[in-house]
Design a protein around this ligand. Sequence first.
Ligand SMILES: Nc1ncnc2c1ncn2[C@@H]1O[C@H](COP(=O)(O)OP(=O)(O)OP(=O)(O)O)[C@@H](O)[C@H]1O
Ligand SMILES: [Mg+2]
Length: 396
Amino acid sequence: MGSPTAGLAARTDARHTMIELTHVSQHYVDNQGALTHAVRDVSLQIASGEIFGIIGRSGAGKSTLVRSLNLLHRPSSGTVHVAGRELTALSPDALREARHEIGMIFQHFNLLSSRTVYGNVALPLELAGQSRTQIREAVEPLLELVGLAAQRDRYPSQLSGGQKQRVGIARALASRPKVLLSDEATSALDPETTRAILDLLRKINRELGLTIVLITHQMQVVKQICDRVAVMDAGRVIELGSVLDVFRTPQHDVTRALIGDVIAHELPSGILERLRKQELGAARLLRLAFTGDEVDRPLLSEAVRRFDLDFSILHGQVDEVQGQPFGSLTILTRASPATIAEASAFLAEHGVSTEDLTAQLLPAPSGSSSGASAPHLTLLRGDAVPLATEALNRVA
Ligand SMILES: Nc1ncnc2c1ncn2[C@@H]1O[C@H](COP(=O)(O)OP(=O)(O)OP(=O)(O)O)[C@@H](O)[C@H]1O
Ligand SMILES: [Mg+2]
């Protein structure tokens, strides 16, 4: 069978640089003559076989940057290399040819409503002048790959959003690209369909060795499938690193805010206000941040036993990023300063850092208000659950 996968996997075995942007800038002049610097001096390298995320708020310049990767927008300055070729130096004909190596999928799918699923996926191959047999041999395995073999004769209006995006993905893969660009491809989909489409992209990345550049404003998307991520703000890349590093040690407020959408970090103001009204005496408010590798060790119950530590869990969420625990628990304890110091040192040895938030218990500046929110315990490690139940009873 003419599998679209065979040649690709072999080509991308060795990790080398697939995409290189050097000092890329892009400015627009609108019809009133106003100048916008959409992308400012971006240099980065993306390795072959990598899933690279680009995240940022609306207007940060993400779409502009990704469109410079296939020269849909020619950058105002800087150079773009893809698969060893400098795209910015190619003639129009050579560029058309080079673009076959770069597939793209979009938020709104961009399918032709008059063509069936099969017809949409076949389109780029028809345009390239391939024979019916060649097209069938390429399209059928692709429909199989994206899970749409049974829907091949349906029209876009007869498909769900997730199915339309699968058609978009199959069509983007038809010309056997080395790189797949995805601009908010899951933004129009519900969370469950988003997960399924991201799983499909991960499968394509692994099975075909395809390099994927994925633009999103959702940290959840980055968390689920990206290897590395660049954070953009006002046209610049302000932060770049492995997803785990960026989650653990975000350097910018923009990044922290984006991570906060995925993993709750701050104590909800409702809990804080309730605590402020209580007589807490010498109680300390502590945040335990899980950033270690000891996923299976019952660290909290160990700390409780060793140091005779008593505490209530007020709020928290511990999740996994790239297979590593990540998150925080905020606790209230009446343990002595010496016990807290010992327990903190023990936890620190095992990758759990302790931050003292007791100052937050001081009365809020007058005029501040907040909506009352319930204690939010999204995910707790098994060993902490009985404590959490008790804590919730005590705080309530
Ligand atoms: N064709 C254009 N002409 C003028 N300005 C533009 C044009 N396209 C984009 N811009 C401006 O460039 C900046 C970056 O836009 P871009 O579409 O790259 O942002 P984005 O990060 O993709 O945002 P979103 O998340 O909303 O899609 C914005 O200020 C936008 O208004
Ligand atoms: Mg955009």
